[in-house]
Design a protein around this ligand. Structure first.
Ligand SMILES: Nc1nc2c(c(=O)[nH]1)N[C@@H](CN(C=O)c1ccc(C(=O)N[C@@H](CCC(=O)O)C(=O)O)cc1)CN2
Length: 289
């Protein structure tokens, strides 16, 4: 076995720094009489979803964002969840909110019902449309978490060849749109289950972002020496997180994100950022505070 030479893209430490920065912005909002509030809608008993929602509210409490939590049983109907969404759309104390996925319900209908201005997950069809059109809108948290992690560790993005594995609506597809904006200027290949030769694509990449949900799909042999490799995959094997990236990739890559401790905490960091930005935008538009 060769030694690990890759630099670690430490998402947990970066979340801590971002919380510190955001706490100052929240304090400035408080001086103007504005307290941002995050709402969450959680349906059912999935332990992972409970963990994520608990973590999000704990993060908020640490930096002065108030929590509005709506936990519904697994028996909740589409109409009952939609009624909760309507309530949060109308609640002035709720700066923004999200419906934790998966719900087991018609998620596109739920997402579409959220007021686009309160969509701190950046997943409303209108906001994804604004992203495709290159206009400002709240951006999805996991893709932006990946970009912010690369930025904070000075991984060059402009001009880089990026291979994204996975075309899901929460990560892969918006990542392609974000990384090809003029501000990022990367060249992106979006790979998926129909890709004929994944290894032939990945070996060319300066940056690999694996969001396939297939444990160990990215192996050491596939990675160009010195490349940055981000692991978004969250599968459970024997109760432990199994990422999409094989551990020995760290022997050849230039940078790797640990999993856990990499992209997951950055998803939370970007959610906090979206809430604070929404509260600041509201103050700017309404003069409130
Ligand atoms: N409405 C949404 N639902 C889901 C999203 C999302 O962005 N919006 N993404 C994922 C889950 N997710 C956020 O909700 C999320 C995933 C991972 C983490 C995280 O901090 N993970 C830790 C490890 C946690 C563990 O041990 O299980 C880490 O990686 O270090 C936070 C949030 C699906 N649903």
């Amino acid at each position: 076995m060769s030694p690990v030479t890759a630099r670690i893209l430490d998402g947990s430490a970066t979340l801590k720094s971002i919380k510190h920065e955001l706490a100052e912005r929240v304090a400035r909002l408080a001086e103007r009489g504005v307290v941002p509030g995050l709402g969450t809608v959680l349906v059912g008993d999935d332990p992972g979803s409970h963990w994520y929602v608990n973590a999000k509210h704990k993060d908020c409490a640490e930096i002065g964002i108030t929590s509005i939590r709506r936990d519904l049983p697994a028996t909740a109907t589409q109409a009952e969840v939609e009624a909760v969404i309507d309530e949060l759309n109308a609640d002035p104390a709720c700066t923004g909110f999200l419906v934790q996925q998966p719900t087991g319900l018609d998620e596109m209908a739920l997402l579409s019902r959220v007021d686009p201005e309160k969509d701190v997950d950046g997943l409303h069809p209108m906001n994804l449309g604004w992203l495709a059109l290159g206009k400002p809108a709240p951006l999805p948290c996991t893709p932006m978490g990946c970009v912010e992690l690369l930025r904070r560790f000075d991984v060059p993005i402009a001009g880089a060849k990026v291979v994204v594995i996975g075309r899901g609506l929460t990560v892969g597809r918006p990542l392609g749109l974000i990384l090809t904006r003029k501000s990022e200027n990367a060249t992106v290949t979006l790979c998926h289950t129909g890709t004929r030769d994944l290894a032939a694509e990945v070996i060319q990449a300066d940056i690999v972002i694996a969001a396939a949900g297939v444990p160990g799909i990215v192996t050491r042999e596939m990675v160009k020496p010195g490349a940055a490799v981000l692991d978004v995959g969250v599968s459970r094997v024997d109760g432990k997180i199994a990422g999409d990236v094989a551990p020995d990739v760290a022997e050849v890559a230039g940078w790797v994100s640990p999993n856990p401790g990499g992209v997951g905490p950055m998803t939370r960091a970007l959610l906090l950022t979206n809430i604070v930005e929404a509260a600041e935008a509201h103050v700017d538009h309404t003069g409130q505070g």
